[in-house]
Design a protein around this ligand. Structure first.
Ligand SMILES: [Zn+2]
Length: 96
């Protein structure tokens, strides 16, 4: 594969699923583009919390490099918690 073909291939794998976040009116750049909106990968394990994605979850799909799977999925809250210091998952916070 050429680099361009490889880019195209990875582009076809990546995406986001569920409702746009933080809200449908105010979308984060990563979920702005409906062209990358994918079917929710129900049952696929989140790379952070290892809990399978359920219908209604929000998250991202990224190409998985090296290994038997083509993609890796993650809940958007798990992803934010990993990259934003002090980020708390809103749903968990509200149940306290
Ligand atoms: Zn997760």
């Amino acid at each position: 594969m050429t680099d361009d073909e490889l880019d195209e291939y990875y582009d076809s794998l990546r995406g986001w699923f569920g409702e746009p976040w933080p809200s449908p009116e105010e979308r984060a750049p990563v979920c702005e583009d409906d062209a990358y909106r994918r079917e929710t990968p129900v049952g696929a394990e989140c790379m952070y919390c290892e809990v399978p994605v359920a219908a209604g979850d929000r998250g991202m799909i990224v190409p998985h490099l090296g290994g038997e799977r083509a993609t890796t999925v993650m809940h958007v809250d798990c992803m934010l918690r990993a990259v934003v210091p002090g980020y708390e998952i809103p749903s968990k916070k509200s149940t306290k």
